[in-house]
Design a protein around this ligand. Structure first.
Ligand code: F6P
Length: 414
């Protein structure tokens, strides 16, 4: 990639704002990745990383974040000053973009930063995500951090929630700052944007903020189920012997590849397919998302295509005519499941953050919908996208890298 000539005087400080578990660090990494790829020197200054270095485990205790605790306030302000100082030095020495990754929840904190950054344009970016389920799932990811290693998950969750509560008690959303963007970090959509002076690199920063960032997605379909064997649709049947062997083959194939996040649907065939994989990757996060469940065939659930043709000839004919727009009575169609699958997929992306690999074990129709987000196909063709059970799709779609390949994970004829 050709790098664009960047004058040394072009500098900006991006100050992230947002409660914990709202996607700030992922956004920081996306921005750095995207800007660096274009020759813009970018560095992240993360208060949490500095805190762990200076205060260690004690700083994961909720009291550290209590706004009434003078000692904690002083320590956190000091960390913020140190990071800001380091950011300033970085920019003075030729860096272009410094990203301050911290909650920066109060106006007082933001004023303090601005006073010390005089002469450097500041753009605030607020990461907004109020989806309760997602925040809860995100917390479950956070409590795996080494700083919570000496306590149970339940204890760590309680402490982390208390920490969020303390931040929430002093939190002021952006609104009065000179330059700011409020970003929906689940959908990568700008909710509010105000620029009162020129912010260097803004066009590129904006483009990165609104683009999806898919870092090594492995999209797999579960192996053979008993219903697959009988050509029955829907239901919740388990895997056959062959399906179990396919699950083992997938685990063998991924044994040495990083897959820190594995998402399944809530269907047995999908969760069962993940079992050998998770046995080999015990530290990976495994989550079952109902949004990734297979198309609901309504009155046709559990039938074979032949039985549908005989029992409901009109339905069968209608689906053959327009498979994308057809909706099963009392069930779904591709056209109606699009939104929920998309939402499940976005959840998976949000939760896996900047992970080096994310594996999704989906279903035939579900995977077609996910694939349609990356393939330029007419909607009418989506229900016919090839979704085998012995191969997976490997997808990379970051700001500067695109890859789309179909890879076999087990021998032919298996
Ligand atoms: O046959 C397996 C299956 O996953 C069914 O559960 C589902 O109804 C079907 O595939 C979706 O594929 P199609 O839209 O081609 O019927």
């Amino acid at each position: 990639m050709t790098s664009i000539e960047t004058p040394r005087s072009c500098k900006v400080c991006l100050v992230l704002v947002g409660l914990p578990a709202r996607g700030k660090s992922t956004l920081a990494l996306r921005l750095r990745d995207g800007l660096e790829a274009e020759g813009v020197k970018t560095r992240i200054f993360n208060n949490g990383v500095l805190r762990r270095v200076h205060y260690g485990e004690a700083s994961s205790e909720p009291w550290f974040y209590d706004p009434h605790n003078e000692e904690g306030n002083k320590a956190r302000d000091e960390l913020s000053r140190m990071n800001m100082q380091a950011a300033r030095q970085y920019l003075d020495e030729g860096g272009n973009v410094a990203i301050l990754d911290a909650t920066n929840a109060s106006r007082a904190r933001r004023n303090m930063l601005e006073e010390r950054l005089t002469g450097i344009p500041v753009l605030y970016i607020e990461c907004v995500n109020e989806d309760k389920d997602l925040v809860a799932a995100s917390i479950q990811r956070k409590v795996r951090l080494p700083e919570f290693a000496n306590m149970s998950r339940a204890e760590a969750t309680e402490r982390f929630e208390q920490r969020i509560g303390y931040y929430a008690s002093i939190y002021v959303p952006l609104g009065r700052e000179a330059n700011f963007v409020r970003l929906d970090t689940l959908n990568n959509r700008i909710l509010q944007e105000q620029l009162t002076f020129v912010v260097p690199f803004y066009v590129r920063i904006r483009d990165i903020m609104v683009s999806d960032w898919v870092n090594n997605l492995y999209l797999v379909r579960h192996g053979e189920s008993y219903y697959n064997l009988e050509n029955r649709i829907g239901g919740d049947s388990p895997l056959t012997e062959k399906g179990l062997a396919q699950a083992q083959a997938l685990a063998d194939y991924f044994r040495d590849k990083p897959v820190p996040y594995i998402f399944t649907s809530e269907k047995t065939r999908s969760t069962q397919f993940a079992t050998p994989l998770i046995a080999d990757h015990p530290d990976s996060v495994l989550m079952a998302l109902p949004e990734l469940d297979e198309i609901d065939a309504g009155i046709c659930e559990g039938l074979t295509y032949e039985e549908i043709r005989r029992r409901y000839p009109e339905e069968f004919a209608a689906r053959s005519r327009d498979k994308f727009n057809y909706v099963y009575p009392e069930g779904e169609g591709y056209v109606t499941m699009h939104e929920r699958v998309n939402r499940g997929f976005r959840k998976a992306l949000f939760l896996s953050g900047a992970a080096p690999g994310t594996l999704i074990i989906g279903h035939q129709a579900v995977n077609r919908v996910i694939l349609s987000l990356f393939l330029y196909r007419r909607m009418a063709d989506v229900p016919y996208i090839y979704v085998p059970q012995d191969k997976y799709y490997h997808i990379v779609a970051t700001h500067h890298k695109k890859l789309f390949e179909l890879v076999r994970f087990m021998g032919p004829g298996a």
